[in-house]
Design a protein around this ligand. Structure first.
Ligand SMILES: NC(=O)c1ccc[n+]([C@@H]2O[C@H](COP(=O)([O-])OP(=O)(O)OC[C@H]3O[C@@H](n4cnc5c(N)ncnc54)[C@H](O)[C@@H]3O)[C@@H](O)[C@H]2O)c1
Ligand SMILES: O=C(O)[C@H](O)[C@H](O)COP(=O)(O)O
Length: 405
C-alpha cells in the first residue's frame, strides 16, 4: 500500500512503520512518501493509493485525475472545504476527516485571547459572549469562557431548525437563532464551517453591514475560516475608526494575511488555534485508525495517543497551582497564560514578513503547545464548592481537593 502524506503530520512515519509491521504477517507491504509544501507532485500522486493531508492541500478533480490508484483520502483536520467530496465520490475515492480532533486547542485559544484582552483592560468583558456555531470548537470555547466567569449564549440556526420541541426544552445550553442577540454581544467568537450556499451560508457572515452594527468595544474573534469575516468590512471599520477589538487566527486570503489590518488588530496569529501537540498528533492517529477500518483490519490496535506524546515534553508537562482562597479572574487568566501565552504567537506573526511563504513557514515550524487540561488546581475550602469545581472543569483544568491528592 503506497501512502502519500503531508510531511508536517506528526508521527506519520512512526505510524506508517507500525502499520507496515502489523500488516507484514499477512504479506501486505506499506511504503510511505511525504511531500512538503501545499500540493504533492504529479510524480508522487501517480503511485499513491492513500493520501494523508492537512488543511492546506486542495483535493479536487484535477488532483484526482493525476492519482489513478488513489482509493482513500484522509484529512487530519476538522474543516473539510479544501476537499471536493463530490469529486472524490465520483472517482470512487473514500474521503474521511477527523471531526472535533483539535476542539480543545481551539477552546484554549479563545480563552487565551479573551483573558489576554481582559488583562490589558484590567477587567473582564461585562456583556454577553455570543458563540457562532454550537459544534465541537464552539462548545469548547464557550465552556472555557464560562469558566473564566462570562455569560455565554450560542447562535446556531441550522441546529435549532433541526430540533424537535422536546429537544429544545431539554437542551441545557442557551442555543438560539437570534442574530440581533449576536450583534448586541460584547464578545463574539466564530466557530462555523465555511459554507457558500444553501439556507445557512457562512461566507461573509460578518459583512460590512454586520460589522458596522457591532457595539463599541466588541471583541470579535475568528478562529474558524477566514472568509466568515469579510476582510473588506474590517478594513472599512478600521478606516472609520470603529471601536472594535478584533482577533484573527484565520485570514480571508490565506496564506496571504492582510498587512494593512495588522496594526489595527488586537491579536493576530497564523491559523494555529488548533495546533496543540495533542490536537495534531490525535489527527494523525485518528486517520490511521480510520484507514485500518477501511482496509478491514481494525483488529490491529494502534498505541494509545498518550503513549505517543513522549517526544513533546510541552504536551506531557503538568502544571500545578495552589490557592487557599478562591481564585480571582486575574489568577485564572494568568494560569491560562502560563500554559498558552498567545502573545508569543501574535508577536511572531507581526515580526515575520507579511508574505504567503512566511505564513506557511510559521505554521510549519510552530511551537510545541500544551493544553489547559495539563493544569491541576488544589486549594482550601472554596474548592469543595460545586460551583468552583464546575468552573475549573469548564476551563479544562483538573480540580483536586485535599482528600484526592
Ligand atoms: N483555526 C483553526 O485552527 C481551526 C481548528 C478547527 C476548526 N476550525 C474551523 O472551525 C469550523 C468549526 O469547527 P467545529 O469542530 O466546531 O465544527 P462542527 O461541525 O462541530 O460545528 C459547526 C457548527 O456550526 C453550525 N453552523 C453551520 N452553519 C451555521 C450558520 N450559518 N450560523 C451559525 N451556525 C452554523 C453547525 O450547525 C454546527 O453546529 C471547522 O469547520 C473549521 O473550518 C478552525
Ligand atoms: O480545520 C482544522 O482542523 C484546522 O483549521 C486545522 O488545525 C488547520 O491546520 P492545518 O491542517 O493547516 O495544519
Amino acid at each position: 500500500m503506497h501512502l502519500l502524506a503531508d510531511a508536517t503530520m506528526p508521527l506519520v512515519s512512526e505510524l506508517a512503520q507500525y502499520l507496515a509491521q502489523a500488516l507484514a504477517p499477512s504479506g501486505q507491504s506499506v511504503q510511505l512518501t511525504t511531500f512538503t509544501g501545499r500540493q504533492p507532485s504529479a510524480a508522487q500522486l501517480i503511485q499513491a493509493e492513500v493520501l494523508l493531508i492537512r488543511s492546506i492541500t486542495q483535493v479536487d478533480a484535477a488532483l484526482l485525475q493525476q492519482a489513478p490508484h488513489l482509493r482513500w483520502v484522509g484529512t487530519a483536520t476538522i474543516g473539510t472545504e479544501h476537499v471536493d467530496a463530490h469529486a472524490c465520490q465520483a472517482a470512487g475515492v473514500t474521503f474521511v476527516s477527523t471531526p472535533g480532533v483539535n476542539a480543545n486547542a481551539v477552546g484554549d485559544y479563545v480563552v487565551a485571547a479573551v483573558s489576554e484582552l481582559a488583562l490589558r483592560d484590567g477587567q473582564l468583558p461585562t456583556g454577553d459572549v455570543a458563540i457562532i456555531g454550537a459544534g465541537h470548537t464552539g462548545r469548547a470555547a464557550g465552556q472555557r469562557l464560562q469558566g473564566l466567569g462570562l455569560r455565554v449564549h450560542y447562535y446556531d440556526p441550522p441546529l435549532v431548525q433541526s430540533w424537535t420541541p422536546q429537544k429544545i426544552q431539554q437542551e441545557p445550553l442557551d442555543i438560539h437563532a437570534d442574530w440581533q442577540r449576536v450583534l448586541a454581544s460584547q464578545v463574539i467568537s466564530c466557530h462555523v464551517p465555511l459554507v457558500h450556499e444553501g439556507r445557512f451560508p457562512t461566507h461573509h457572515l460578518f459583512d460590512v453591514e454586520a460589522i458596522a452594527r457591532l457595539q463599541a468595544g466588541t471583541i470579535l474573534i475568528n478562529a474558524s475560516r477566514g472568509a466568515v469575516v469579510a476582510e473588506e468590512a474590517l478594513r472599512q471599520a478600521m478606516h472609520r475608526q470603529q471601536e472594535l477589538r478584533v482577533v484573527l487566527d484565520v485570514w480571508e486570503h490565506e496564506p496571504q494575511i492582510a498587512p494593512d489590518l495588522l496594526p489595527w488588530l488586537s491579536l493576530a496569529t497564523p491559523h494555529i488555534a488548533g495546533h496543540s501537540v495533542i490536537g495534531k498528533v490525535a489527527g494523525t492517529w485518528q486517520l490511521f485508525a480510520q484507514l485500518l477500518q477501511f482496509i478491514r483490519r481494525d483488529d490491529i490496535m494502534l498505541p494509545p495517543v498518550e503513549e505517543l506524546l513522549a517526544p513533546w515534553p510541552a504536551a506531557t508537562r503538568r502544571y500545578h497551582w495552589h490557592t487557599e482562597t478562591a481564585p480571582s479572574w486575574q489568577m485564572l487568566a494568568s494560569w491560562v497564560r502560563e500554559i498558552y501565552d498567545i502573545r508569543d504567537d501574535d508577536a511572531q506573526l507581526r515580526q515575520a514578513p507579511s508574505t504567503a511563504a512566511a505564513f506557511d513557514q510559521l505554521r510549519r515550524t510552530y511551537q510545541t503547545r500544551g493544553e489547559l487540561s495539563q493544569g491541576t488546581v488544589t486549594g482550601g475550602d472554596w474548592l469543595q464548592q460545586a460551583h468552583w469545581q464546575q468552573r475549573l472543569q469548564q476551563l479544562n483544568f483538573l480540580p483536586l481537593n485535599s482528600q484526592e491528592q
